[in-house]
Design a protein around this ligand. Structure first.
Ligand code: NAD
Ligand code: USQ
Length: 404
């Protein structure tokens, strides 16, 4: 193969769990391109969620097998494939023993807040899938690869929206004359976001108890679709979610603008979050792997580059639309979620910058190209999937076949 000239004994082996998903696929390709020996672990359950709810990616995406074959054709590089559920410990143990990872990047969770709030069974599924899957990864590291660095995707939503600055993982508090550095308080507001809090606690405990080395990447909302590697062939193209369950704020607004749907601002629109370009997701993960945590260390990075409120995003997309001759309207949708709509927000995010992150900030040109990208696929948009259909308050125990 093209790699025979490399010293394969020196190449770092990285297992990308959730490598068929939005962040995971882009990251797997990026790491492979950079010379890491990459294997993807994925149950493909995300593709099943789409079938079950009647949703689809804006972009047509190739099967994982075709994706990996195409990558080999285009670059000469192999990406290993382990199809299975990490909640099945026997499967995960076999993948660990056969691949022997030096680092595990764990993206493999149910990641939609609305999905976790559809009904009781989805709430339970989300916490079971995420919490047990992560526990299995921790046990696999302890049992088979003690030195392996866990790079775990957390979320900025673990912190909620406190009325003080958000620190990176820890806060130093003086109380009754004594001082300690403690985990930053967690106030998540969906069963999904809470699953990440539970994961963080389990990881922190096993770092202390077993000496595991871990980095929790508290990522903000990701936007964009193209990375250098996914651009190399249409079969390498990434997924792009725009629906009310899996679509995220800025990506949704670009698709809404492209098809002439008013931008769906939930409630007052003052909800502020950290955001980052998917090209920075792959860069951050690489930086975390290249600079591993020490044994026993539970490191937390806030992984985002800029803060925006929903109203600010709507204004930016409206302006970008005008440049393309699209008259973008905005509508206020009664908020289906329970969250603060006007609040203080100032979250630190310096640790990845200190490691060398060079952010792709949200620019006019990026927004133009994202809008153009959405316009290119506008025929594939199912407008019925745009309005939110999951209510935080209406969740009940009755199973729902469709989100509506
Ligand atoms: P995604 O749904 O596109 O991908 C997740 C992948 O994990 C899917 O391919 C799915 O099949 C797989 N998976 C889920 N459960 C699994 C299991 N038990 N065993 C094996 N594979 C499993 O999600 P994404 O947007 O790529 O997000 C990836 C990670 O990043 C998630 O942990 C998410 O919480 C986190 N994150 C995402 C965003 C964002 O804006 N997309 C922001 C912050 C954090
Ligand atoms: N929002 C709107 N209109 C929309 C969509 C969203 O006003 O059409 C609002 C939401 O009410 C919320 C904010 O925008 O206040 C962000 O919502 P989102 O759906 O873009 O993001 P969220 O549910 O928080 O989840 C996404 C990913 C999740 C990740 C998280 C990072 O799906 O996996 O963990 O972003 S963070 O928000 O930092 O916790």
């Amino acid at each position: 193969s093209h790699q025979s000239s490399n010293d394969s004994t020196k190449r770092q082996r990285v297992m990308v769990i959730g490598g068929d998903g939005y962040c995971g696929w882009a990251t797997a390709l990026h790491l492979s391109k950079k010379g890491y020996d990459v294997s993807i672990v994925d149950s493909l359950i995300r593709r099943l969620f789409d079938h079950q709810l009647g949703l689809n990616s804006l972009t047509p995406i190739a099967s994982i097998h075709d994706r990996v074959r195409r990558w080999k054709d285009v670059t000469g590089k192999d990406i290993g494939l382990y199809i299975g559920d990490i909640c099945d410990f026997e499967f995960l143990a076999e993948a660990f023993k056969s691949f022997e990872p030096d680092a595990v990047v764990h993206f493999g969770e149910q990641r939609s807040a609305p999905y976790s709030m559809i009904d009781r069974s989805r709430a339970i599924f989300t916490q079971h899938n995420n919490v047990i899957g992560t526990l299995n990864v921790l046990f696999a590291i302890k049992e088979f690869r003690e030195e392996c660095h866990l790079v775990k995707l957390g979320t900025m939503g673990e912190y909620g929206t406190p009325n003080i600055d958000i620190e990176e993982g820890y806060i130093t508090i003086t109380h009754n004359g004594r001082t300690d550095t403690l985990p930053y308080p967690k106030q998540a507001s969906s069963f999904y976001h809470l699953s990440k809090v539970h994961d963080s606690h389990n990881i922190a405990f096993t770092c202390k108890a077993w000496g595991i080395r871990a980095t929790d990447l508290n990522q903000g909302v990701v936007y964009g679709v193209r990375t250098d590697e996914t651009e190399m062939h249409e079969e390498l193209r990434n997924r792009f979610d725009y629906d009310g369950v899996f679509g995220t704020a800025l990506n949704r607004f670009c698709v809404q603008a492209a098809v002439g749907h008013p931008l769906t601002v939930y409630g007052k629109g003052g909800q502020t979050r950290g955001y980052l370009d998917i090209r920075d997701t792959v860069q951050c993960v690489e930086l975390a792997i290249a600079n591993p945590a020490n044994p026993g260390e539970f490191r937390v990075f806030n992984q985002f580059t800029e803060q925006f409120s929903v109203n600010q995003l709507a204004a930016l997309v409206t302006k970008a639309g005008a440049k393309l001759g699209i008259d973008v309207q905005t509508t206020t949708v009664p908020n289906p979620r329970v969250e603060a709509e006007e609040h203080y927000y100032n979250a630190k995010h310096t640790k990845l910058i200190d490691l060398g992150l060079r952010p792709h900030l949200l620019s006019d040109s990026l927004l133009d190209s994202l809008l153009n990208f959405a316009v290119q696929f506008e025929d594939r948009v199912d407008k019925k999937q745009i309005m939110p259909s999951v209510s935080w308050k209406k969740i009940g125990v009755k199973p729902k076949t469709v989100a509506a």
